[in-house]
Design a protein around this ligand. Structure first.
Ligand SMILES: O=C(O)CCC(=O)C(=O)O
Length: 254
């Protein structure tokens, strides 16, 4: 479980790194699933926006009991997994992720998500670890982004330089199997990976079920962002029940 200080840190800083280690066997299974995904869909080499659309076996690892306990402490008893993606920057040519806030991509209202980012490899400054602007989530405000068409980026909405101070960034240095959890409004990004070591990171996105994943809004507003086809996205109940009564949640039995 998270202690009081960690919960406080999450609200104040917008992220935490809890005492967690994904079991090595699970990491090996995740690697196998990811290798297969890349073999079948080579264009996902750097970034796959929605792995569950291709392989539901990833679900088992998103539903790790300890991870669900942490998420529950941060966003309440009733929550759902609405996505899992892979930022898998390979060695030498791993794409950068521009500075952004996750929230500007997502058809969730009210906007809320806690992202769990799992390090499948050691992540550090050399191989393009995540970088956060501590506390940038606090005003719960989506700042101005612009489209960046550079093909060597994982995502293409980039926060205007005037919206934040890059000098304040902190590196999210993680060992293989560690996780961080971050808020939907937190400003973050990562550099290209030009090192000889890959830097694979798997995300798990959880929303409280007081929010609605709005499939119609997704169709109107977000599908053309070319991130993923949100409008037919499955949403999986993780704990509790659908408080909004407007989500059509899948129930998972392992
Ligand atoms: O892993 C990265 O480089 C980016 C991850 C990210 O943007 C996210 O988890 O929201």
């Amino acid at each position: 479980m998270l202690n009081k200080e960690e919960i406080k840190r999450y609200y104040e800083d917008g992220y935490i790194i809890p005492e967690f280690q994904m079991p090595e066997n699970d990491l090996l299974e995740i690697e196998k699933l990811h290798d297969k995904l890349i073999k079948n869909f080579p264009h996902f080499l750097n970034y796959c926006p929605a792995v569950l659309e291709y392989e539901e076996k990833f679900l088992r690892y998103c539903f790790n009991e300890k991870i669900l306990n942490y998420v529950e402490q941060l966003i309440g008893n009733n929550f759902a997994l609405w996505n899992s993606s892979f930022f898998a920057k390979p060695a030498y040519n791993g794409h950068a992720t521009p500075w952004h806030q996750d929230g500007q991509y997502w058809p969730i209202r009210p906007l809320a998500t806690c992202t769990v980012w799992l390090a499948v490899d050691d992540a550090n400054e050399e191989n393009g670890c995540l970088k956060f602007i501590r506390g940038s989530h606090r005003d719960k405000n989506l700042k101005q982004h612009e489209f960046n068409e550079d093909k060597n980026l994982t995502l293409h909405q980039e926060l205007l330089k005037s919206e934040f101070n890059e000098k304040e960034s902190v590196n999210l240095i993680l060992k293989r199997g560690q996780i961080s959890l971050h808020d939907v409004y937190l400003v973050h990004g990562s550099d290209a990976n030009l090192s000889s070591k890959s830097r694979r990171g798997m995300t798990m996105r959880f929303m409280p079920t007081t929010s609605v994943f709005d499939h119609n809004l997704a169709k109107e507003k977000y599908n053309n962002l070319n991130v993923s086809k949100y409008s037919n996205r499955k949403i999986y109940l993780a704990r509790g029940y659908d408080k909004s009564k407007k989500n059509n949640l899948e129930v998972v039995n392992f």
